[in-house]
Design a protein around this ligand. Structure first.
Ligand SMILES: Cc1ncc(COP(=O)(O)O)c(C=O)c1O
Length: 463
């Protein structure tokens, strides 16, 4: 690798209000936040507002938002089409524990856009959606165990937190041919953890052996169609088709966790994009442009266990704010070229980044989909979580952190893809993001060259 042109001096951000807020928040919120994933220590970001594809922190620093709330904001922050509709509907009352037309319409749209989902129910979070989908699979088959893939994240319920993101996978996840389930954090009952069978993404031989060994107990396979929480690693050709065939052969339910890919990869999500139809799927994020709405749904046959044989409910399930947000967001996705614009922006940004990296002779590849992609500094992309963990992602993490003081905010962790929204298309992102990326990259490479280490992290996150 060679450093590019001389870099501009690293800008520093005023973070005084955020530092004060961090100190205050630490008094009562563990880590100073409501989610472990947002707790970045002294660098924890406290937000003031967002508009379109931009976000402002509490100190007034402006960023191009490349996180988009970990994916939900598909149109843009404060989209007036969605917000006005939600405001109008919520004036009629929000929570009745009765069913409104908004809910019926939202589910009709999920069914129409996916084409294959015939019945669905709304929930508030992706976590709930995957929890219920797993239960439906168990109820439908009368079996207890669920296969999940290493490095995949399906939310924070007990059944999802197995083999998600260990630092030393080869040690902690066991033999490549016989992966072991590793609970993420304490408090997950061992009996629950044992019901989850870990598999490896893109390793069909492992999956087949699991079925041959445990088929009588396997209710279903849950899979993020791409490893959306590990760099957006893509399936090898034929992987999804083979899983579909295996689950049919052994009578197990195939669940697509489309929380990140749904209504983003295509109107019909990753199922449409890859041309494979599962039995059940979960949706959240892009279906509500940031409002807390999610869903699980599937074929008439598998969903027929509801309402009589499976418990599902929720005081806030289908609440008016969430349902109205889903109706308007899904209508926009259905009737406008919003998704095409998101995809075109992502593709154009990738082209700009490629030029920056090519000019500097840095091997790279993009993972995921233009609407949600990862950047990997090697010629060949990883094919599973273990590959990602073995790779040098420190360079990426350092570059991502160095983009923050320069005005763009990707997650400073290569596992989390860059997310694009429709509003980015009108905000000069296609030019600005590669420029910011180039400056950050040059600064990091220079700092590495100065320290004589290829492993050292360059700039302090947030300056
Ligand atoms: C693929 C996937 N499934 C499930 C979830 C959990 O969704 P939520 O955070 O809404 O509970 C996430 C969250 O990032 C996700 O990426």
């Amino acid at each position: 690798m060679t450093a590019g042109p001389a870099t501009r001096p690293a800008p520093t951000l005023d973070r005084s209000r955020q530092r004060a807020m961090y100190a205050r928040a630490l008094g009562h919120l563990p880590g100073g936040t409501d989610s472990n994933f947002r707790a970045w220590g002294e660098d924890t970001v406290y937000v003031d507002r967002g508009l379109g594809g931009r976000v402002w922190d509490l100190d007034g620093n402006e960023y191009i938002d490349l996180r988009m709330g970990y994916g939900p904001v598909i149109l843009g922050h404060g989209d007036p089409r969605v917000d006005d509709h939600v405001n109008e509907r919520m004036r009629k009352g929000v929570s009745f524990s009765l069913t409104s037309e908004d809910e019926v319409q939202a589910v009709e749209l999920v069914c129409e856009l996916t084409g294959w989902v015939k019945k669905a129910r709304l929930t508030v979070s992706g976590t709930e959606a995957t929890m219920h989908a797993m239960r439906i699979a168990r109820a439908y088959t009368g079996r207890d165990r669920i296969v999940k893939f290493e490095g995949q994240y399906h939310g924070v319920h007990d059944y999802a937190l197995i083999s998600v993101t260990p630092d030393r996978p080869q040690e902690e996840l066991g033999d490549a041919d016989n992966p072991v389930g590793l609970a993420w954090g304490r408090g997950i009952p061992e009996a629950v953890a044992r019901t989850i069978i870990p598999a490896r993404y893109n390793a069909l031989d492992v999956l087949r052996r699991i079925f041959e060994r445990d088929a009588a107990d396997i209710a279903g396979v849950i899979i993020e169609p791409v490893l959306g929480n590990a760099q957006g690693i893509l399936p090898q050709p034929g992987f999804h088709e083979a899983i579909r065939a295996l689950t049919r052969e052994f009578g197990a339910v195939l669940i697509y966790d489309e929380v990140k890919t749904g209504f983003r990869f295509a109107r019909g999500g990753a199922a449409e994009y890859f041309g494979v139809t599962p039995d059940l799927a979960t949706f959240a994020k892009a279906m509500g442009n940031g409002y807390p709405v999610a869903a699980f749904g599937g074929s008439d046959e598998v969903m027929s266990v509801l309402p009589d044989h499976v418990s599902h409910g929720g005081t806030y399930a289908g609440n008016r704010v969430a349902a109205a947000a889903a109706v308007k967001t899904l209508m926009i996705i259905k009737e406008t070229d919003a998704l095409e614009r998101v995809h075109a922006t992502g593709r154009a940004v990738q082209a700009g980044l490629k030029e920056v990296l090519d000019r500097r002779g840095i091997a790279h590849t993009f993972t995921g989909h233009p609407a949600m992609f990862g950047i990997f500094f090697a010629e060949r992309a990883p094919t599973e979580y273990r590959d990602w963990a073995d790779s040098d992602h420190e360079l990426y993490d350092a570059v991502a952190a160095a983009m923050h003081p320069r005005g763009a905010m990707p997650e400073p962790d290569s596992r989390e893809p860059w997310f694009f929204c429709e509003a980015h298309a009108d905000e000069g992102v296609v030019d600005r993001v590669p420029t910011i990326f180039a400056d950050a990259l040059d600064a990091v490479l220079e700092a590495r060259a100065r320290s004589g280490s290829m492993a050292g992290t360059a700039e302090q996150h947030h300056g």
